[in-house]
Design a protein around this ligand. Sequence first.
Ligand SMILES: Cc1cc2nc3c(=O)[nH]c(=O)nc-3n(C[C@H](O)[C@H](O)[C@H](O)COP(=O)(O)OP(=O)(O)OC[C@H]3O[C@@H](n4cnc5c(N)ncnc54)[C@H](O)[C@@H]3O)c2cc1C
Length: 386
Amino acid sequence: MTAELLKRIRDFTANELAGKDTHFDELPEQPTAEASRLHDLGLANWWVPVQYGGLGVSLTESVDIVSELAYGDAGFAFGAFLPVLGGIMLQHFGTEELARPALEALAAEGGRIAVLGSEEEAGSELVRITTTFRTEGDRLVLNGDKYFSTNTDTAGLLLVLARSADDTADFAVVAIPRDTPGVEIVKRWDLLGVRGTGTYRVRLDDCAVPSASRLDGGGLRILEAGLNASRILIAACAVGIARRVRDLSMEYAAVKRLKGAPLTENAVFAGKLGQMETLIDVMRNQCRAAAGEFDHLLITSARGGTGLHRVGTLRSALAAKLFCGQAGWEVASTGSELFGGLGYTQDHPIGKLVRDMRFVAVVEGGEDVVRDLMYARYVVPARKRR
Ligand SMILES: Cc1cc2nc3c(=O)[nH]c(=O)nc-3n(C[C@H](O)[C@H](O)[C@H](O)COP(=O)(O)OP(=O)(O)OC[C@H]3O[C@@H](n4cnc5c(N)ncnc54)[C@H](O)[C@@H]3O)c2cc1C
């Protein structure tokens, strides 16, 4: 990425997102005017490969882009980058007939793709999902309830994880146009944080699509491969939120006086900010390292996603999400405490930043789930230990 592109993102954040904490915290209607503006500037879905009309920005470079957007609003950033999850799945596991129009539309129209995996009862044990597909002639028919799905209402395409009604061991990812009869938005969640995005509960009632809408390979593995990208960018959101907490803390401390001097000259404050900066640096570096590994994997993966399919969940992506969720929480908590009583009110943005930060540790695998995955994939198999 050129420095020029990052500067354009910074300008967008300053001009379109800054000073709008209240607006984004009010569950704004989707798509937001700010999302349309990002598209007008030619910056929406910046990661779409050049062969589909996009800017072809790498995941490594996307870490800084997402950090900048999340500095403005983490919910906006989340909604803006999340189509990368479906985009990776489509590009590497879908046929060219399926992937090309969807990816070209993301670049040309600035639209969204949603991924529908999680369910109420199954929780993180996706092997227990009950959404099914059955074959009827040359069509697949899907039925089920999906508990959480982001961007669904505004997406052109939904990628649904389902299991075969005839063979419970067969999981598939099936692409369903949003306007397919039977797709029903049950509700929009009243989220605690990242309220600038739209997350929905969705019902699928006899949704019929051509059989060619199934992505190639086992559905659980396809989802796992794609989640590397979005988990790293969720972690990058923590970097942006933490940078904002740091800057707000410095602004506050410059005018807050303690023992006859500004708080910025207090040694205890200096220690807190020094610790914050250290965490931010390690968070950013872990995101970049994980994204670099993912980019390398994409380059070496043949079409059909062989490399991605073989590797599944990247250790570095798990580490980025887990570490940034924890370190980000520490930064947010320290920041909140710094503002004294004001830090415990809705009158200062710090409260929103604390709520926004929480999503990093929860979405796309809570801490227990990520630790469990890390253990199962990278500790139990002795050959994978470093
Ligand atoms: C804002 C938001 C956006 C979302 N967007 C999407 C989306 O676009 N698409 C989508 O498919 N989903 C989405 N989700 C769902 C999200 O990814 C899940 O909610 C998240 O991964 C947590 O899973 P869960 O809710 O199933 O809870 P669970 O993971 O089932 O957790 C429930 C409890 O079980 C415990 N637990 C679970 N597994 C283990 C384990 N292995 N060991 C020990 N304890 C364990 C947890 O610690 C917790 O206490 C979204 C959720 C939110 C809040």
